[in-house]
Design a protein around this ligand. Structure first.
Ligand SMILES: *Cc1c(COP(=O)(O)O)cnc(C)c1O
Length: 501
C-alpha cells in the first residue's frame, strides 16, 4: 500500500514497475548491419544451394537489425510488463490462479528429449507415468476411465458432450435428445460446447439460495434432454446441496450428467463427482493441478467417464499389460482423436508430480485451505463495505459487488495501480456488477490482508473522490483502453516506418 498523502492512489514515482518504458521498442533500435547472431555459413556456401532457390525471398524481410543485448533487453522488458502469479496475487474467480511450483518445471524438463514417434519400448517410463496419472485422476474423480487427450477445459467439455451424443446415438435416441440444460450461472464454454455439438441450450435459473432452482430444473427435464452440464460448487462458489436429487432426476429421464471440473479445487481429495452421480468429468490441470496456464499449449483438460461411456473415449489411452505399458489403439466406437500424439505431455508430467508430491492428505489440505482463504476474504470484503451476493459460507470462491452507484470496472482499474490483479469481473452474469474472487490455498494470510486492504482503500476512494477513480489506472503502460475497438480492430503488427518515409 503505497498511497501518498496528496493522492489516494500511489504516485507515479512510487512504482518503478513500468520504468522499462524509458527504452524504445526493438524496431526503433534498429541500426543497419547490426546483428545479434549470424548463421553458420562458411565461405563458398551459397544460400540457394543450401536451402533451395525456391525458398529464398526476393526482398530481405524488414526485421530490426540489433545487437544481442538490445534483443535480450527487448524481451526482458516485455516480460516485465507481463502480470503473472510469480509477480503478485492474481485471484481470478473460476480460473484457480494458484502458484505453479518450480520443482514441477524441473521434473517436466527431464522428459524434454523424448519424441512422440519413438517406439513404445524406448518410452516405457513416460507411458508408466501417464498410466499412473490416468489412475490417479480416476480415483480423485470417481470415474472409471480417464483420457488425457484434450488440450483445455473447453476441449474436454467438447470431448465429453461428443461422447454423450455418441452414447445416445448408439441407443437409437440421437434424434430425440436435442437439448442440453445449463444453469444461468454457467461458464460460457458450457453452452458454447453444447451448441458446437449441435444441441439446443435450455437455461435454468439460480434460486434465492444461490443453488440451481430444482423445481425449474425438473420442469425443463424430459426425454428430449441429452445432458445436464453443472459445476459443483457452482460459479457462485456455492455447493449444490441437492446434487444427488438432481442426478437422480436427470437419470430418470435418460439424460447424462456432465461435471465441469473447473471448480474441483474446492473439493479435491474430499468429494468426488463420480459419487455425486456425474457420468462425465473434465479437469483443468492448469487450474486444480498447478500446471501453467499456457506452457506449451493452451492447457490440459483430461476427461473421465463412467464405464457405460468408456467405448466412446478419445484415443489413445495408456494401458498396463503385465510389466509393459502400451498405447491402446482407437476403440471401435471412439469419438476419435482430440489432439495429436499423447496430449500436452509436459503439463501431464507436472500434474503427476503435483499429485505424487502431495498425496491424498496433501490434496485434502489444498481444498481445505482454498475454502478457508475464500471465506476469510469474503468476510474481509464485507467488512470493507462490499456487498456479498448470496452471503453464506462459500467454497473456494465467492461473488461480491460494490455498493450501488459504484462500478466494478472502476474498482478493478484502480486496483491495477497497486500492482495486484483484480478478481474476475462481470461474471457470473446472474450477479449485477459481479466481482468473483478466488484467492486459492497458495496465498498467505498476509497477502490476503494486503489484498483486502487494497480493496478497502479503493472503495474508500470511490466513495470520497469518484473522479480520482475514473482516472485510474495511472501507472500502467496503457491506461483505459477502448475495449470494444481492442477486440474488434486489434492492431497486431508493429507499423514499420522507413526513415525515408
Ligand atoms: C476455466 C473454466 C472453463 C474452461 O476451461 P479452459 O481450460 O479455460 O478451456 C469451464 N468452466 C469453468 C467454470 C471455468 O472456470
Amino acid at each position: 500500500m503505497s498511497a501518498t498523502s496528496s493522492s489516494p492512489l500511489p504516485s507515479v514515482a512510487a512504482s518503478d514497475r513500468f520504468r522499462s518504458d524509458t527504452f524504445p521498442l526493438i524496431f526503433e533500435r534498429s541500426s543497419p548491419g547490426r546483428r545479434a547472431a549470424r548463421p553458420p555459413v562458411t565461405e563458398g556456401d551459397d544460400m540457394a544451394s543450401l536451402l533451395g532457390a525456391e525458398h529464398l525471398r526476393a526482398e530481405p524481410p524488414r526485421l530490426p537489425e540489433v545487437a544481442e543485448l538490445d534483443l535480450v533487453r527487448h524481451y526482458t522488458q516485455l516480460a516485465h510488463r507481463q502480470f503473472s502469479i510469480d509477480g503478485n496475487v492474481y485471484p481470478l474467480g473460476s480460473c484457480t490462479m494458484k502458484y505453479n511450483p518450480k520443482l514441477h518445471e524441473d521434473v517436466a524438463e527431464r522428459f524434454l528429449d523424448l519424441h512422440p514417434y519413438q517406439d513404445e519400448d524406448s518410452v516405457q517410463g513416460i507411458l508408466e507415468l501417464l498410466c499412473e496419472l490416468q489412475t490417479d485422476l480416476e480415483e480423485l474423480t470417481g470415474m472409471d476411465e480417464v483420457s488425457l487427450q484434450p488440450a483445455a477445459g473447453a476441449h474436454g467439455e467438447l470431448a465429453g458432450i461428443l461422447m454423450i451424443r455418441a452414447f445416445h446415438m448408439a441407443n437409437g435416441e440421437g434424434e430425440q435428445r436435442r437439448v442440453v440444460i445449463c444453469p444461468d450461472g454457467a461458464h460460457g464454454t458450457n453452452p458454447a460446447t453444447a451448441a458446437m455439438a449441435g444441441y439446443d441450450v435450455v437455461e435454468v435459473p439460480t434460486g434465492p439460495d444461490g443453488e440451481v432452482d430444482v423445481e425449474a430444473f425438473q420442469a425443463a427435464l424430459g426425454p428430449h434432454v441429452a445432458a445436464v452440464m453443472l459445476t459443483n460448487p457452482n460459479t457462485l462458489g456455492i455447493f449444490e446441496t441437492r446434487i444427488e436429487e438432481i442426478a437422480e432426476r436427470a437419470h430418470e429421464v435418460g439424460a447424462q450428467l456432465y461435471y465441469d471440473g473447473a471448480n474441483l479445487n474446492a473439493i479435491v481429495g474430499r468429494a468426488r463427482p463420480g459419487d455425486m452421480g456425474f457420468d462425465v468429468v473434465h479437469l483443468n490441470l492448469h487450474k486444480t493441478f498447478t500446471t501453467p496456464h499456457g506452457g506449451g499449449g493452451p492447457g490440459t483438460g483430461p476427461v473421465g467417464v463412467k464405464s457405460h461411456l468408456a467405448p466412446y473415449l478419445p484415443a489413445p489411452r495408456i494401458l498396463q499389460e503385465g510389466e509393459r505399458f502400451v498405447v491402446e489403439g482407437e476403440r471401435a466406437s471412439s469419438i476419435g482423436r482430440m489432439r495429436s500424439f499423447y496430449g500436452n505431455v509436459g503439463n501431464l508430467v507436472r500434474a503427476w508430480a503435483y499429485i505424487r508430491r502431495l498425496g491424498l492428505e496433501g490434496l485434502k489440505r489444498v481444498s481445505t485451505i482454498a475454502v478457508l482463504n475464500a471465506n476469510y476474504l469474503r468476510v474481509r470484503m464485507r467488512e470493507a463495505g462490499y456487498e456479498i451476493a448470496f452471503d453464506r459460507v462459500n467454497m473456494h470462491e465467492f461473488v461480491a459487488r460494490p455498493p450501488a452507484g459504484i462500478r466494478t470496472l472502476d474498482i478493478a482499474k484502480a486496483m491495477l495501480d497497486y500492482g495486484v490483479h483484480p478478481m474476475t469481473v462481470y461474471f457470473p452474469l446472474v450477479v449485477r456488477e459481479a466481482m468473483m474472487v478466488e484467492p486459492t490455498e497458495t496465498e498467505s494470510l498476509e497477502t490476503l490482508d494486503a489484498y483486502a486492504a487494497v480493496l478497502a482503500e479503493v472503495l474508500e476512494t470511490a466513495q470520497r473522490d469518484p473522479a480520482a477513480l475514473a482516472e485510474a489506472p495511472r501507472l500502467t503502460p496503457v491506461r483505459r483502453l477502448d475495449e470494444v475497438a481492442a477486440a474488434r480492430r486489434p492492431v497486431l503488427r508493429y507499423a514499420f516506418v522507413d526513415a525515408a518515409d
